[in-house]
Design a protein around this ligand. Structure first.
Ligand code: NAP
Ligand code: MG
Length: 404
């Protein structure tokens, strides 16, 4: 069989531990036999990050700006224990944080659904994609533990000499104080990424804040989204047959629970942190959660939402059999290849990506799955646990048939 040709290289970001092992298996079994894979390879494994003093992470992000599409393996974010384990000269920053800062992007997370695993919320039929604004608010707040009676004020001094001063509270006893901020430029980027991705995936976009209470802060988020929508996206949304919908956060939560899914839910930083854990748990498994970073000018970096699955890796190193779920990592590849195919006008590549995903779903629907999923299967379905390579080979069998 003739291999599918590519035009532009994908930016390939290799990673750590168990996911690095899966990465190679996926390439060997599911990609290289069928696609003349063209990638620009960056090794973001911790060893190489140490060796290059993390320059490799910056280079990979810049390559993504250049080519437009990247696929990333999970990577270790070093902590104290990792500094000792890998003999690091510095506690290198989270690669995802570095890449996100360079791309100025928003992360979209969506679960992969299968018939035999029912979400905890019965009426959810389609995935709910959460977009989290990963900048500012409480994550960059300045806090103060007020020790005694006294006056707290909000003071802003403009570069032009103007001043704004208002009493926050006249403390008659000790208390707590917090100063939060966000930037117009970051909120605008967030809005563009969300509208772009909604158009891209042809899904409605929901956005919610607490603007009735937060009349300047949250109101700015609401107005920014509306302005950008009306100016740049309204016509495109109409053409695509999708809608943008704003509501209050408490109303959104109620609607989400009653919905059947199938839309993107854009959240402020804190809401996104909390809601993405709730939604992903309700859908079943972290191992089935996909993630894509989208920049406001439409650059894409696909990955799995989970980490490097350290516990499985240590068992793997001891020669024990591991049943780590490669689904989200395979979908990172299929997502990136599909996007590359769309951008370069290579229909065969788009079709390959679709068939790869179909082969994955068929395998799961045939009851062949990794251990983590077997426990989640609903009554009336049968499932057999296989190891990672067994699962990948079962996908390959089905993929070969589809491609024949
Ligand atoms: P994790 O790697 O996501 O794994 C946590 C647990 O979830 C695993 O021990 C496993 O449970 C289960 N799990 C996750 N993915 C699975 C899969 N594909 N198949 C089967 N089970 C899966 O999170 P972590 O252990 O907290 O973090 C490990 C390392 O990953 C850390 O160094 C962290 O810095 C890094 N990390 C990287 C990213 C990223 O690159 N995007 C994200 C998060 C964490 P059982 O052990 O019970 O089977
Ligand atoms: Mg969280």
């Amino acid at each position: 069989m003739k291999k599918i040709q590519m035009k532009t290289p994908l930016v390939e970001m290799d990673g750590d531990e168990m996911t690095r092992i899966l990465w190679q298996m996926i390439k060997d079994e599911l990609l290289l036999p069928f696609v003349d894979l063209k990638t620009e390879y960056y090794d973001l494994g911790l060893v190489e990050r140490e060796k290059t003093r993390d320059q490799v992470t910056v280079d990979s992000a810049n390559a993504t700006l250049k080519y437009g599409v990247a696929v990333k393996c999970a990577t270790i974010t070093p902590n104290k224990q990792r500094v000792e384990e890998y003999n690091l000269t510095e506690m290198w920053k989270s690669p995802n944080g570095t890449i996100r800062a360079i791309l100025d992007g928003t992360v979209f997370r969506a679960p992969i659904l299968i018939d035999s695993i029912k979400p905890a919320v019965r009426n959810w039929m389609k995935p709910i994609t959460i977009a989290r604004h990963a900048y500012g608010d409480v994550y960059k707040a300045t806090e103060y533990r007020v020790p005694c009676e006294g006056k707290a004020e909000l003071l802003f001094t403009g570069k032009d000499g103007s001043q704004f001063r208002e009493t926050i509270y006249d403390f008659e006893c000790g208390g707590v104080l917090q100063g939060q901020y966000n930037k117009d430029s970051s909120i605008e980027s967030f809005a563009h990424s969300c509208f772009q991705y909604a158009l891209d995936t042809k899904q409605d976009l929901w956005f919610a804040t607490k603007d009735t209470i937060s009349k300047k802060y949250d109101q700015t988020f609401k107005l920014t989204f509306q302005e950008i929508f009306d100016r740049d996206y309204k016509a495109k949304f109409e053409e695509a047959g999708i809608t943008y919908f704003y509501t209050l956060i408490d109303d959104a939560v109620a609607r989400v629970i009653r919905s059947e899914g199938g839309y993107i839910w854009a959240c402020k930083n804190y809401d996104g942190d909390v809601m993405s854990d709730m939604v992903s748990t309700a859908f079943g498994s972290l191992a089935m959660m996909t993630s894509v970073l989208v920049s406001p000018d439409g650059k894409y970096e696909y990955e799995a939402a989970h980490g490097t699955v350290t516990r499985h890796y240590y068992r793997y190193l001891k020669g024990e059999d591991t049943s780590t779920n490669p689904m989200a990592t395979i979908y990172a590849w299929s997502g990136a290849l599909r996007k590359r195919g769309e951008l370069d006008g290579i229909e065969e590549l788009v079709s390959f990506a679709n068939k790869l995903e179909e082969a994955c779903i068929d395998t799961l629907n045939d009851g062949i799955m990794t251990k983590d999923l077997v426990g989640l299967v609903s009554e009336g379905y049968t499932a057999t646990a296989v190891n990672s390579i067994g699962f990948i080979k079962a996908i390959r069998e089905r993929l070969e048939k589809k491609l024949a």
